[in-house]
Write a protein that binds this ligand. Structure first.
Ligand code: MLT
Length: 403
């Protein structure tokens, strides 16, 4: 008789955003006239910018001609895209070789898959609250240990609480981890990290021999000067950090799928380069992101593409400002929204995160994301995304503040 991967039995419920989608669709079926505004999952609403669409169209046309047709993509990515990404790093003062850039179908897959190149007994450290993919992928791989229902956490995972008291900036854990997940600008709290503070993490990781898995999916939303766009802006980061980036949030590729991961050749364990392991995994399990999509990705780095996506990011950040200011004026305690497209608010009247979710959905027909879905330390908080249209965002905030 076949046996299942028992680790899956340790997963708590379904994936957060699937649970929310099911709840919303049940409510919507029962209340077909409800005008629901979705500010839950961080999915973009603005169309892909014109110069990027143009590049995509022209790549589609190339596929229609035997002379310019492309079959399997190189499994690590086309040189034209890897070089464009390397040039973007260079413009920020980061010396990243195109050879160390691995193009993929998105940051979610990379952040879930990257744990495969570490030993099964690696101790992982995560922020709490945290993007659930980091934890769940390690549960599936058997690194989490048992679930502790009282504490609401896994016994073998090191949690680094991000609370109001520490301004949502985690402290170094008491036990030394092997692998540290950091996401800045942060999902879900919207907090940012300064360059000196990130340098401390890099120095710490180099000192204890840990790897930082740095998720920089939201770097395009940084507005403040002293906030780094890449961990490689820090000294000696190449010997301790892997960086994961996305085209979803900066260029609207959520439905198109494109991302990349940087694994510097300098990052080694006992002389073995992690870069080579990730290349081996990519080659075995992945056939490369589609040519059409990589062409569109390269257009993101063109001067027109850069100007257009800057305007789009500005549009979403205007939403963030509206949410932040509107809620604050109405007496809510709010965080984030300055260097990130997420607003992290304290639930009113000490409501639990899920009670507030139900209240917003049922009374005001607004969907958000309960903070406790991101971890025990998220209880009593709630996340709203700035990725809606301005009109819907405004209406949602007006509904909340006028109720
Ligand atoms: C989120 O809402 O946290 C993100 O959109 C999820 C994702 O990027 O996978």
């Amino acid at each position: 008789m076949f046996k299942i991967n028992e680790n899956y039995m340790r997963l708590q419920g379904s994936y957060l955003f699937s649970t929310i989608a099911k709840k919303v669709s049940a409510y919507s079926e029962a209340n077909p006239d409800a005008n629901i505004i979705r500010l839950g999952i961080g999915d973009v609403t603005q169309p892909i910018a014109p110069s990027i669409i143009k590049a995509m169209h022209s790549a589609v046309d190339e596929m229609a001609d035997a002379e310019t047709f492309h079959g399997y993509a190189p499994d690590l990515g086309y040189d034209f895209l890897r070089s464009a990404i390397a040039a973007e790093y260079k413009s920020r003062g980061c010396d990243i070789s195109a050879n160390d850039i691995f193009v993929s179908d998105g940051a979610k897959c990379d952040s879930g898959n990257i744990q495969e190149i570490f030993s099964a007994d690696s101790r992982i450290a995560v922020c709490d609250p945290v993007y659930p993919v980091y934890v769940d992928s390690n549960v599936m791989a058997g690194r989490s240990g048992e679930w502790d229902p009282e504490k609401g956490c896994y016994k073998n995972i090191i949690y680094m609480p991000c609370t109001e008291e520490n301004a949502f900036a985690p402290e170094f854990p008491k036990e030394d981890p092997d692998v540290i997940y950091l996401c800045y600008p942060n999902n879900p709290t919207g907090a940012a990290i300064t360059k000196p503070a990130l340098q401390e993490w890099v120095d710490y990781a180099n000192r204890i021999g840990a790897v930082i898995l740095y998720d920089a999916a939201y770097e395009a939303y940084i507005t403040e000067e002293n906030v780094p766009h890449s961990i490689y802006e820090c000294e000696d980061a190449k010997t301790c950090a892997i960086e994961i980036r996305s085209f979803s949030k900066n260029a609207g590729f959520t439905g198109v799928r494109l991302g990349f991961t940087v694994v510097p050749a300098e990052l080694k364990s006992d002389g073995v380069a992690l870069r080579d392991l990730w290349a081996r995994r990519h080659g075995t399990k992945y056939n490369g992101a589609p040519y059409i999509i990589q062409k569109a990705g390269a257009a993101v780095f063109s001067p027109e593409g850069q100007a257009e996506i800057k305007a789009q990011v500005g549009y979403y950040m205007n939403n963030a400002k509206y949410i932040y200011n509107g809620l604050k004026e109405a007496g809510y305690t709010v965080y984030g929204g300055v260097n990130a497209p997420y607003i992290w608010l304290k639930t009113p009247d000490q409501m639990t995160s899920w009670d507030f979710f139900d209240y917003l959905l049922e009374e005001l027909n607004i969907v958000g994301t309960p903070g406790s879905g991101f971890g025990a330390a998220g209880e009593g908080f709630f996340r709203l995304t700035a990725f809606g249209t301005f009109e819907k965002t405004k209406e949602a905030i007006d509904r909340i503040t006028k109720h």
